[in-house]
Design a protein around this ligand. Sequence first.
Ligand SMILES: C=C(O[C@H]1C=CC=C(C(=O)O)[C@@H]1O)C(=O)O
Ligand SMILES: [Mg+2]
Length: 459
Amino acid sequence: MQHKWLKTTEVEVASNKLSFYIETIEVNQLSPLAFFAAGEKKYKGERFFWQNREKTLTIVGLGQAIAFENRLGHQRFDEIEYQWKELTKNIVMEEQEPQPILFGGFTFDPENKESGEWDGFPQSYFTVATFQLIKQHEKTYVSIHLITDQQDSSNLFDELREERDRLIHAAQVKELKTYDKPEILSVHERNKEDYFQAVESVTNLIRNQEADKVVIARSLELEFKDSVSSPQAIYQIMNEQPESFLFGLERKNLLFFGATPERLVKVENQYAYSACVAGSIRRGTTAKEDKWLGEQLLSDSKNLIEHQYVVDMIESTFKKLCAQYKVPKRPKLLKIRDIQHLYTPVEGKLYQDASILQLVKHLHPTPALGGAPRSKALQMIREFEKMNRGLYAGPIGWMDADGNGEFVVAIRSAALIDNKAYLYAGGGIVADSNPMTEYEETLVKFRPMLRALGGQFNE
Ligand SMILES: C=C(O[C@H]1C=CC=C(C(=O)O)[C@@H]1O)C(=O)O
Ligand SMILES: [Mg+2]
């Protein structure tokens, strides 16, 4: 039996009167990736994929009921929040009913003007899907969202119902489909010399007390024999990076995807959870070596300093926005497949009017991605990093109409365009940094995405 909810809500967006129709059904076991893949022909360029680290929540979107894009610099967070509130303010949901989700991301730095693979990409890009799948606590729901100014849209809605059934059927047929790894023709380290130069210049400026910490990143360009499809790319990270948050966001012919260990902020019923993740060392090849490396990291002053700037900044943000908050005194280790990090979780109870996007606005970029002090670090990144990060190191995630949601920091990520992929990785530069060690740290950070896309470094 299919459990069903159906509702219509009148809304007003930018002084247009619209109706927001929602129909949700519960479906038996359905693979979220197969549902994503079922949209390959019709919705390519308008899909998203999300899975939290605990694997208790997966969200897939196909098609766009509405899209919010803007290029408003620092105002971009408030604008998205305003548009989302306007769209959802009249919606009343039942307790068990899955909510419409706003999914998307903010680019790392709206002031970056370098051209490349991110040309034409807006500074904020969010959508509500026409077909939304939510898998939570072993139950799967598929919703149709239609937002329209047409008075009589019953025909249109009937067509969407047929389309939903077609998508579900196609996903059931493809349930167990597997995908090969792509075949790589070439791996090119872009602007390698510029990267070494940037690390050196920034280290000197930090030693001259022009800043405390600056994160410098670089990128790899991969060329494949054939075009790589989005389901193929997401399939590989799902198989290989189970301990991370997984995300994929399409816009036109670009898929931005990745497997990040780093939560920026999660909000659940007025409680906020963030994480300081900075300071890195590789995994050992034996349990003994791995433990030894972890202990080295926990007592290494360069990495502890790198980490502490992040803790101080996240703590000061929680102090502003929370009635109470907790920060452990010492970092722990966060171990993922290729790398271990210093990790300090932070949590707090938000003041009534503090929303998830306000937290994102204040937290981004933390010194794990930008540096300290923030504006000095951003200036240096603009001056020395010869690339455009696009969504890399930016906040990506979802929110619902109640203000609950989760944003991660989009690292360990890549932009995929047809038969090319651009992988990104960086690291925190402090006074004690050494260019070769930082370079090697980026090699470790590239490894998960490189492996997922069929490549490896010969080390
Ligand atoms: C900037 C990245 O990682 C950040 C997150 C964890 C550890 C980091 C580090 O040790 O440098 C970075 O701050 C990246 O993976 O591209
Ligand atoms: Mg580091």
